[in-house]
Design a protein around this ligand. Structure first.
Ligand code: NAD
Length: 441
């Protein structure tokens, strides 16, 4: 069977899927409601930074059509992947407005469509959402799903910064559907896409698939908050080092070494909002997840932990020049959504510090939030020059190359906080006033 697909929502998930599929010769219609975004993409301009994405989009041009015309795109496709955003509401719960709108339009176009179509919910949604989306599609298409058109949940596990690599080599495919037709079509689609690199595939119903994604993210967040709790403990134990604790427990296969990096807390467009939505959802159905509440609380406190370290070095932050190296929530992305930098800069501004920042990719995004309240340096040197305190908040490779002498030479007072544990503490402690997350002095 030959596949022609639509991808609804040209964000990190949608564009990565569209580019990887088009690169493998599949005809892809990539659709978004954002006209500016589609116009940029048509010219080969990707409106955010993701390694390898732009190159892959340009090289797959022949199989990749960008448009705002959702209805027509759907008519031309046999699989419709829904990859629109599912952000957070003010009450912490999931905001379904984008996905509901997309499903309304899908329903309307199914009314005029011929042939079987599979609608695949790839966006992260709380259990029971797909059932609700089915109702929206059915009422707008005036036909029941499960006859000629089918629905499935197929959660996405990619990481920003390695989105293409992860889309090309997923560790798992989860297909949640009760329709045999959807199950077989999607399995065939993925077997064709991955051939001999086909990962493990798990079939389940829709709610289980929805729950798998939240459980996965909640567990990852738990590992981070767990090690950050130990990091805070280490800071009160002379000579203790969380990195050695993490490395050691990571050798135990039952624990595993990933997501045990102590730092300023998790951020980004997924973990914080998914944790919040999961908590909100679990409370609503009467099973509050106390472990996940603690994970959330530890994560929020971790920004205060960084400020406490700052105060250990500079007692009064008022009118001190504070340089921040790293704004993105992690390296290799320009995404600052829920990044630790946002809250830490806010706190420093409340102390009336003079804040100057640097990031190889994310400064422009930060400008749209803090404007002229802070200064932006276009080089690391200009950022730390003349500062009283420097805080490293993102683990960019270029920051890892910095030596203690660079700080001593350029700063007014060599006070450095390594919130990402990228520096050799022995060297740094010898030459400057140094504090690091998870390091007891
Ligand atoms: P994003 O915010 O980067 O992009 C979403 C896109 O959807 C935007 O371009 C927006 O304009 C578009 N959109 C909104 N409403 C639309 C509509 N009605 N029709 C067409 N397009 C519409 O989002 P993302 O980071 O790609 O995430 C998408 C989903 O995947 C979310 O549910 C997210 O939780 C999940 N997810 C994200 C990641 C990640 O690392 N970013 C990883 C796994 C899962």
């Amino acid at each position: 069977m030959t596949f022609s697909i639509s991808v609804i929502g040209c964000g990190f998930v949608g564009l990565s899927l569209a580019a990887v599929c088009a690169n493998k010769g599949i005809q892809v219609n990539a659709v978004d409601v954002d006209t500016d975004k589609i116009n940029s993409l048509k010219q080969g301009i990707v409106p955010f930074f993701e390694p390898k994405l732009k190159e892959m989009i340009v090289s797959s041009r022949n199989n990749l059509v960008f448009s705002n015309d959702l209805e027509n795109s759907i008519l031309e496709s046999n699989i419709i992947f829904v990859t629109v955003g599912t952000p957070q509401n003010d009450d912490g719960g999931i905001n379904l407005s984008f996905i509901e709108t997309a499903c309304k339009t899908i329903g309307k176009s199914l009314k005029n469509s011929v042939g079987d179509k599979i609608i695949v919910i790839k966006s992260t949604v709380v259990p029971g959402t797909t059932q609700h989306l089915c109702e929206i599609i059915e009422s707008n298409s005036e036909q029941k799903l499960g006859k000629t058109n089918f629905i499935a949940v197929n959660p996405e596990f990619l990481r920003e910064g390695t989105a293409i690599e992860d889309t090309e080599n997923p560790h798992l495919i989860v297909i949640g559907t009760r329709d045999e037709k959807a199950k077989h079509t999607l399995e065939n689609f993925y077997r064709g896409l991955y051939n001999n690199k086909m990962p493990k595939i798990i079939f389940c119903n829709e709610s289980t698939a929805e729950l798998i994604k939240y459980t996965n993210n909640a567990f990852l967040a738990t590992k981070i908050s767990f090690i950050n709790s130990i990091a805070t403990l280490c800071q009160k134990i002379p000579g203790a080092d969380v990195n050695l604790v993490a490395e050691s427990i990571g050798e135990d296969k039952r624990i595993g070494k990933y997501f045990l990096n102590a730092g300023p807390g998790f951020g980004g467009s997924c973990l914080p909002k998914d944790i919040s939505a999961f908590l909100n959802y679990s409370k609503k159905i009467g099973v509050p997840l106390s472990i996940i509440s603690a994970v959330d609380e530890v994560n929020k406190n971790q920004k205060d932990n960084v400020i406490e370290l700052a105060k250990e070095l500079v007692k009064d932050l008022k009118e001190q020049n504070v340089s921040i190296l790293g704004l993105a929530f992690k390296k290799d992305t320009d995404d600052i959504r829920n990044a630790a930098s946002l809250e830490i800069i806010d706190k420093l501004l409340n102390f009336h510090s003079n804040v100057i920042v640097h990031d190889p990719m994310a400064s422009k995004n930060m400008m749209s939030i803090f404007g002229s309240k802070i200064s932006y340096a276009d080089s690391i040197e200009k950022c730390i020059e003349g500062s009283d305190l420097c805080i490293v908040l993102t683990e960019w490779d270029e920051y890892k190359k910095l030596k203690p002498d660079d700080f001593v030479r350029l700063m007014k007072q060599p006070n450095v906080i390594d919130a990402r544990r990228i520096f050799d503490q022995e060297q740094f402690m010898k030459k400057l006033n140094f504090r690091a997350i998870g390091l007891g002095l």
